[in-house]
Design a protein around this ligand. Sequence first.
Ligand SMILES: Cc1cc2nc3c(=O)[nH]c(=O)nc-3n(C[C@H](O)[C@H](O)[C@H](O)COP(=O)(O)OP(=O)(O)OC[C@H]3O[C@@H](n4cnc5c(N)ncnc54)[C@H](O)[C@@H]3O)c2cc1C
Length: 430
Amino acid sequence: MDRRDFLKALSAGGAAAPTLLASTTENAKAATPINVVIVGGGMAGATAAKYLRYWGAKLKMDVRVTLVDKNAKYVSCILSNGVLTGERTLGSLTFGYDKLVTNYGANGALRFIASEVTKIDTTAKTVSLANGQTLGYTRLILAPGIDFDYSSIAISWADPTMTMQKALDALPHAWKAGPQTTVLQQQLAGMTNGNRLVLTIPRAPYRCPPGPYERACVIADWMKLKKPASKVIILDANPKIMAEPVNFGKAFAGIHKNYIEYYPNMQLQSVYIASAKSKTVTVSDTTDPANPVTRTVGAEVVNLIPPMMAGQVARNALANGGLTADKRWALIDERSYESSAFPGVHIIGDSISSKQPKAGHVGNQEAKVCADAILRLESGLKPFDAPVTNSACFTPITIQGPISAIPRCRSPRSSSAWTTCSTRSRIATT
Ligand SMILES: Cc1cc2nc3c(=O)[nH]c(=O)nc-3n(C[C@H](O)[C@H](O)[C@H](O)COP(=O)(O)OP(=O)(O)OC[C@H]3O[C@@H](n4cnc5c(N)ncnc54)[C@H](O)[C@@H]3O)c2cc1C
């Protein structure tokens, strides 16, 4: 792509056809180094690192990026449901940062540091790391993903040697791919044929709207072969299936009807661990909100997916005016992903408050819009006014048949709900 093509891309706009700057090389501001620190090397943060360097170099801007993640290797949640059923290994979903640094870090202009960010000073524009380093920045990108909030769930146990940490490990969310994915896989493998798995879904917004329903389907599919007398009980805090309701509704009522029971409006209240093989889940059934009913379900395995909020480092940094009223999500301008309250601080990925779904594909697009906006802002221009992001969702329903795929798209500036822009949906039928 030559300079003329870049200028064309600028007028086209959108994250899918990334926009670039017009006359940055002539701009005096662009001549000084732009130091960007990115906190979190996941789907969103790593993409921002790449595109700041890639587009910055094309535009002859001196952009220096420091990407910081508390882990030296990244484990992808995408496809991790396949680990539960033995179709995948966690190793196949684990990635390092060497290639990113080699391909986009000429002369040390992109470096990766494996350390936890412990403190951010938005006045001094510094980031403190657990390894003792302090990094200064021109602009900061926060992409720490999500944290879990167990505060509304009472968890208790019979075993006097149990601790809260052990109890949480015994009730794995497996919603950050890693050790908990392995725990849930082992619990499934060891499950008594005929016993139940309870899967709880928190109120939206949560990471990966179709993910819990997809998980129920792949586990049900696996049960047919490995634990044919067992069942998945879905206790959904939401009033309905939150993504692809037609596909999942058909799957629950059709191909998986003997293996999945789906219950909406079930607010999780407590879990009691009688033993490793016996747990009791209590919910408030709010189908009639005026008359909530307490219900209990026994299960051998409980996949407890708790309510979510932005990663702690973002909540700490933005606490003074940069968060939603419930203090869970970062408030940003979707043209630049810059904080509404902290100029120079951008937030991307699952941590933000947005009508866009919390998905890796969307985080990737947000990162590109953000990188484009930073290059523009540092050149004295305004961010592109109408960026468009989109999300494609590939949802396995059964390995015995095809998969469904529903790409969705919307403009972040539109107030309407997500709409299906094209459908290539296929669902297996028995
Ligand atoms: C089962 C499952 C299936 C999914 N399937 C899909 C799918 O098919 N398609 C799709 O698009 N999305 C999917 N998703 C969602 C997707 O994984 C997330 O939306 C995506 O990972 C969000 O990207 P992120 O960069 O915001 O956060 P993450 O990818 O979680 O990255 C955050 C990074 O920040 C780091 N970090 C956090 N705090 C600090 C700190 N203080 N210091 C340093 N580093 C820190 C973490 O170590 C982590 O590496 C799925 C999710 C799940 C759970």
